[in-house]
Design a protein around this ligand. Structure first.
Ligand code: SF4
Ligand code: SF4
Ligand code: FES
Length: 505
């Protein structure tokens, strides 16, 4: 492996990498080795146009751009010398000559690399007095994105994204020199299914999403690591929250799952979390306390066991591995067969979107549940998670116990209804289509009484008097038991998983 020395520290890097790529591979870019950059992006082709990433390379008379200079064995690079700093100041001055400097009303303020680099690498003041170049404000580029042409620094990341990732190519840079402007190609609009990623990669506030702009200043948000639950790809996301509310999802980099992208549908799915929620525990279609509903469910399970009535479980591909594991254990404890589950399906694409429109069908399979939407027939008790099975399928069930997040038609039919927490209100893991187990963390506190499906089932087991079952529940303990019991999960539990997840054995 070639060695690369940067500011006196030697690194071993992969063969055939540019300086910036090599540092990014090591996880040190802007967090250990500071080479400011605008046009370079780890998942796009190299443009080499902004000149911000200039470094001094021993043996080369001129400064080189780190994004497009191949590492050779023994290369010695300096980022901390005066002529590099002078070049960076020059680039910043050029970029700011025509910038409107409207940070107080710009949605990117607080997460803008032009603002950050101006502070770290820029000039203390402007040397020009001429008026700034006029350009258009708040241009509508399509259903999701607004473009402020004045703020654009022409890094062409958005252009390359549209050409290279969704391959739709709606954007281009037109005219030359200081007349250059980013525009839509005539007759097009930016409406591809991944369009909102351009706002993430735009280093300034030129491209903003209609969904998020002007909702909140970003410094009031904190970002929680999570997983999109809209299909089995399990894209890694940050959920930005404030005051117990989610304001947006952003893609979180995971090169094994979603690189640095998410689809627009998944991005906007945070809006669905609070839609049509099931908020009231019910027994025999009447509202009751949570404890009474759990007790009634426990009594129904106990009575079925004592009378020899059959008990079945219907799993859900929307709940976590830990919830499914408690269901598995409960069914085993009452001598019931393994649960079945049904998966909603839809369109897929070649980039990220998968056919299975649920995050954890693979987890259900790994736990030994079988995919089926057949009716369980005439049974005494059915423990049903979610509402992926049609109401008619459950006609023959004597006592239907429903654990769900949504106030669906099945909740009207169910004999005992227990409101469950959404994935955003609990902790756990999903297994994606490629059998990668990935962790999600609580983002919101529920605003009504609701428990995770795992905890509800644990309490039902205790209320039914199952040997060794208590009402106490700790999702980390459950996760450990899962990894010790279920083949493939060996060593994979909530405490061992890092932010990139881990594939099942
Ligand atoms: S709109 Fe943003 S991403 Fe696109 S060229 Fe301009 S600065 Fe770069
Ligand atoms: S591809 Fe699937 S998992 Fe990824 S963001 Fe879209 S819906 Fe969510
Ligand atoms: S990041 Fe290297 S030239 Fe733009």
């Amino acid at each position: 492996m070639p060695t690369l020395t940067i500011d006196g520290t030697e690194y071993e890097v992969a063969e055939g990498r540019m300086i910036l790529q090599a540092i990014d591979d090591l996880g040190l870019l802007m967090s250990g080795v500071d080479i400011p950059h605008y046009c370079w992006h780890p998942k796009l082709s190299i443009d080499g146009s902004c000149r911000m990433c200039q470094v001094e390379v021993e043996g080369m008379p001129k400064l080189q751009i780190a994004c497009n200079t191949l590492v050779t064995d023994g290369m010695v690079v300096r980022t901390d010398v005066e002529r590099v700093k002078k070049a960076q100041r020059g680039v910043m001055e050029l970029l700011l000559i025509n910038h409107p400097l409207d940070c107080p009303i710009c949605d990117q303020a607080g997460e803008c690399t032009l603002q950050d680099y101006a502070f770290d690498y820029g000039m203390p003041g402007a040397r020009t007095e001429e008026p700034r170049r006029p350009a258009k404000k708040a241009m509508d580029l399509g259903p999701t994105i607004v473009f402020d042409q004045e703020r654009c620094i022409l890094c062409r990341r958005c252009v390359r994204f549209c050409r290279e990732i969704p391959k739709t190519g709606e954007l281009g840079v037109f005219a030359r020199g200081d007349h250059s402007l980013l525009e839509l190609f005539p007759g097009t609009e930016l409406d591809n299914p991944y369009s909102m990623n351009v706002a993430d990669i735009c280093p300034v506030g030129a491209l903003t999403t209609k969904d998020f702009r002007f909702k909140i200043r970003v410094w009031f948000l904190d970002d929680v690591e999570s997983i999109c639950n809209q299909c089995s790809n399990g894209c890694n996301i940050y959920a930005s929250r404030s005051n117990n509310r989610i304001y947006r999802y952003l893609p979180r980099r995971n090169d094994s799952v979603n690189d640095t992208w998410i689809c627009d549908h998944g991005r906007l799915s945070y809006q669905l979390i609070m839609e049509n929620r099931l908020t009231e525990p019910r027994v025999s279609r009447r509202g009751t306390s949570y404890a009474d509903a759990v007790r009634a469910a426990g009594d129904a399970v106990r009575a079925a066991r004592e009378s020899g009535g059959s008990i079945v479980g219907v799993a859900s591909p929307f709940v976590g591995n830990e919830d499914l594991f408690v269901l598995k254990q409960l069914l085993e404890a009452v001598g019931a067969p393994a649960a079945t589950f049904a998966v909603p399906r839809g369109e897929s694409d070649e980039l990220l979107v998968k056919t299975e429109k649920a995050p954890n069908a693979s987890g259900a399979r790994a736990l030994g549940f079988e995919e089926s939407d057949a009716s369980p027939g005439a049974v005494a008790v059915a423990l049903v998670l979610g509402h992926t099975l049609a109401e008619e399928c459950l006609k023959g069930v004597e006592t239907l116990i429903l654990l769900d997040t949504e106030n669906c038609s099945l909740a009207e039919r169910a004999d005992i209804v227990l409101p469950a927490r959404s994935f955003a209100e609990k902790e756990g893991s999903f297994t994606n289509h490629a059998k990668r187990v990935q962790r999600f963390r609580p983002i919101l506190e529920p605003t009504f009484e609701a428990l995770s499906e795992g905890e509800i089932l644990q309490r039902i087991g205790a209320a039914a008097g199952l040997t060794g079952w208590t009402a106490s529940y700790d999702v980390h303990e459950v996760s450990k038991r899962l990894s010790e019991t279920v083949a493939g999960f060996d060593g994979i539990n909530l405490d061992s998983l890092d932010d990139q997840g881990c594939e099942l054995a």
